[in-house]
Design a binder for this molecule. Sequence first.
Ligand code: ADP
Ligand code: MG
Length: 245
Amino acid sequence: MRNTALAAGNGGSARAAASEPNNGRIIQMSRIYKSYGKGQNKITALSDISFEVGRGEFVAILGPSGSGKTTLMNIIGLMDAADSGEYALDGVDVSNARENSLARLRNAKIGFVFQKFNLIPKYSALYNVALPLMLQGRSYRAAKSEARETLERVGLGDRMKHKPSELSGGQTQRVAIARALVGGCSLILADEPTGALDQKTGAEVLDFMQELNAEGRTIVMITHDVNIAARARRIVHVEDGRIVY
Ligand SMILES: Nc1ncnc2c1ncn2[C@@H]1O[C@H](COP(=O)(O)OP(=O)(O)O)[C@@H](O)[C@H]1O
Ligand SMILES: [Mg+2]
């Protein structure tokens, strides 16, 4: 469901805006700046970042260590705010939103996949996947049922009761992907999703992300590895906190 009430009407024809409030764009960033520290210690992590991601795209953000990828990911994922600039997520201007509405949007719109999986160790795969749905207000029963379906989708129908420590790295990352998929999120945001996996398992996870994209999921993947970035359909190169091409 689109949020028409808060949709930005900037740019594009009125008719296009009426049928597609954000012109099909999930990420719209304009002139984003972010620095850390003050005075002599000030480090500018992002300078003048402007880019857009459309619905259904698979974009890699590629850059060397220290180029600002994690900073950018945190801003895209509503975990940190820019110092200046504009950011609309799925048509909702979040530049000046408050923390509680950011948290709600983050949970509803973004599925995260991290290098280190970030699952809750003491919970089963099923409960890990059901949790974000319960946070969205779904009943335990409904959440479990959707979690079960999604785990079957990622090929883990026979591992639902297992805890992360009882699964292989590849299986664990598939649980994390299932968690990112539930609840109809608009965007999958993956930070070095194969960084903790061996090459073969990593390749399988990337195959799976390509499959999800072929089914229409929007994916933004952060990586320092050009071979991994090559799996995306578009690459945004970041160097020294700037998009270089
Ligand atoms: N919390 C922080 N405090 C101070 N400097 C930071 C902080 N986080 C990142 N930086 C600096 O910002 C720049 C970009 O970092 P980062 O976004 O982590 O890059 P990447 O993920 O591409 O390695 C680097 O120079 C880094 O040292
Ligand atoms: Mg990083």
